[in-house]
Design a protein around this ligand. Sequence first.
Ligand code: SF4
Length: 330
Amino acid sequence: MNPKKGRVFSGARPTGRQHLGNYLGAIKNYVALQDEYECVYCIVDLHALTTVEDTQNLRQNTYDMALDWLAAGIRPEETIMFVQSQVPQVTELHTILSMIAPLGKLTDLPTFKEKVRENPKNVNYGLVGYPVLMTADIVLYRSNLVPVGIDQAPHIEFARELVRTFNHRFHSTALIEPQMKNTVIPKVLGIDGVNKMGKSLNNHIELAATAEETSKRVSQMVTDPARIRRQDPGNPDVCNVFSMHKIFSSNEEVEMINVECRRAGIGCVDCKKIFAKNLNNHLAPFRSKRSELEKDPQAVWEVLHEGARRARVIADVTMAKVREDMELPL
Ligand code: SF4
């Protein structure tokens, strides 16, 4: 096996059963990164608390997400996959870093402003400190690369500055300045063809859905709005079904649809049937692995516990150095 190029960290909130948007936007990349990098993937339940008021589904959502990640190809024998709150050192590092984090910068970050706009009645202390906790997540595990899209770039820049401030102030080398691994995160539209795919809008296609359920969801997808009757020529360039064909269908099929749609040679019903067939074929190995894993939920939890054990070993090394360099009492 080739030596790995570095350690990648990524975290995602526990959102339960994953959908096609999660798969194309994150999971597929997570799986691919394992070939070249040492990967640390964290289910960030503490981050979820900044916006979730009712925690009753948190445990189930964590399990469902872990199950889908494993079924999609995360390899726990190599990759460290764990739950954020099961490594308490992260909250210690968060507290330490919060003492040197400039409040003005935190409240200036675009994501903070967005969250305030979305939920003005729940602007809590944790929400302001979210990027500090994110920095703690990354640096605690001595990760040097974080795969993020352009919208997350300010957070990584903030993390880098915070690390520099810490190292400078305490004459320390305890924390590694992370690099951003530029990642194209596609915006996957939901079956409404307008909004980003997500559960809240019920416009998603669940990875764990049966082949029949998936075909039904695909049949409900909105296509070129100007194509009203079967004999109207369509425009694949504005059609979400066509975007999906480009990911899941063969080059020949994509070319055929590109030509036939424009001259009304193929109808949307048949076009969607081809997509549904290809999507179901693509997801067949995922579904079969998922039903195997589902037979033993305890084994899924054990993967997370073992991941947390391995993460704590790295965290202890970092925190010992942090405490020493800050001259905290022994
Ligand atoms: S034929 Fe296919 S690509 Fe063309 S509008 Fe219908 S669903 Fe979209």
